[in-house]
Design a protein around this ligand. Structure first.
Ligand SMILES: NC(=O)c1ccc[n+]([C@@H]2O[C@H](COP(=O)([O-])OP(=O)(O)OC[C@H]3O[C@@H](n4cnc5c(N)ncnc54)[C@H](OP(=O)(O)O)[C@@H]3O)[C@@H](O)[C@H]2O)c1
Length: 334
């Protein structure tokens, strides 16, 4: 089968479309004929070796974290899916493999595709929408009437996060440049701050919580926006001890490393009477089925920036890496 393969950590020159053996489904797994695959920043971070401390993949490896397609075969013990089902999934983080004509997916990580979506649009959903749902619902426990600040609302995660926060009944402030302002307003953002012209901390105060999609100096500046007792969940800042234990299932060694790395961030949070949590999302077929129901009920829109043919996987990755995508970038294999 044709697959987009990483042969060495580093730059794009270590990736290529290559012939690889077709995988076969093990116990509880589906073999999916991939029709489309979504791209995410984790793809180029993995390629660069930036995540090696968490996952050091044996190379070569077929890249890709999310897909849509058709079940071609099922492994022993599969009960919820059958050959011919249209599915979408965030694939197993330890295996990857979505950028290929065929991929193996654990049945617990898959759900039936929204009936209202085509394959490229469905492939854009799993990783980013699951991240937004798990951060807002499970970590921030966002509820109706609360005020949430979501810096960086125009990208893959942000376009889902704004809509899910509105669906939960929250009041939403976000940041975007003029390029993304109309988009985030259409998705329901109540307040939009042009981060190229204004400092959000001069405009916002008394928010209940923040979902940080940017890390860096945005995270360093956002504490004063929240009221004491508030919570910050980041997916782009510094991992902390709970990240190691709860999200990665790792022991004291990595937790201690993250304790040291996140100390300044946690102290800044504590000084403002806030809590800080770094979240790694997890694959979940049950959460995906819920998101599919929102999509089919027209309560959640999937925003696609560009669809590239599979042959242009490298160009698609370079495009996402510019950091300017509005919504999601997708590869089409069909
Ligand atoms: N921990 C996890 O489980 C997890 C899961 C998913 C994603 N992530 C991480 O979360 C981050 C966001 O992912 P994504 O898929 O949303 O990325 P993305 O789609 O590449 O985000 C691009 C968007 O970010 C906006 N942006 C860039 N700099 C900004 C700034 N200073 N202020 C406001 N907006 C800014 C851009 O808007 P402009 O063009 O207007 O600048 C663009 O629309 C990445 O670092 C990713 O690795 C982590």
């Amino acid at each position: 089968m044709r697959a987009f393969v990483l042969s060495r950590y580093g730059g794009p020159e270590h990736t290529a479309l290559t012939e690889m053996p077709r995988p076969s489904p093990g116990v509880g797994e589906l073999l999916v004929g991939v029709h489309a695959a979504g791209l995410n920043p984790v793809d180029f971070k993995t390629r660069a070796g930036a995540l090696k401390i968490i996952r050091n993949y044996p190379l070569p490896i077929v890249m890709g974290n999310e897909l849509s397609g058709v079940v071609e075969a099922i492994g022993p013990g599969v009960t919820r899916f059958a050959k011919g089902d249209r599915v979408f999934a965030r694939v197993d983080k330890d295996i990857l493999g979505a950028f290929a004509e065929y991929a193996v997916v654990n049945e617990d990580h898959a759900a039936r595709m929204p009936v209202s979506l085509d394959f490229p649009t469905a492939a854009a959903v799993p990783l980013a929408a699951l991240t937004a749902l798990q951060a807002l619902r499970d970590e921030l426990h966002l509820s109706a009437g609360q005020r949430v600040f979501i810096p960086g609302g125009a990208g893959g995660v942000g376009t889902f996060a704004i809509q899910i926060a509105k669906h939960l009944g929250a009041y939403v402030a976000t940041t975007a440049s003029l390029r993304g302002e109309a988009l985030v307003k259409r998705l329901g953002a109540d307040v939009v701050i042009d981060y190229t012209r204004e400092r959000f901390e001069d405009k916002l105060s008394d928010y209940d919580c923040a979902f940080d999609l940017l890390g860096g100096e945005t995270l360093a500046r956002l504490w004063s926006v929240l009221k004491p007792g508030g919570h910050v969940v980041s997916i782009a800042g510094i991992p902390e001890p709970l990240t190691a234990r709860k999200d990665l299932g790792r022991g004291i060694g990595l937790a201690a490393l993250f304790w040291v790395a996140s100390l300044t961030t946690r102290l800044r949070a504590a000084r403002h009477g806030l809590t800080y949590r770094y979240l790694f999302m997890h694959p979940s077929g049950a959460d995906l089925a819920y998101l599919a129901s929102l999509i089919d009920a027209k309560k959640l829109e999937v925003v696609i920036d560009r669809v590239f043919p599979f042959a242009e996987a490298k160009e698609a990755m370079a495009y996402l890496e510019t950091g300017r995508a509005k919504g999601k970038v997708v590869l089409s294999l069909s």
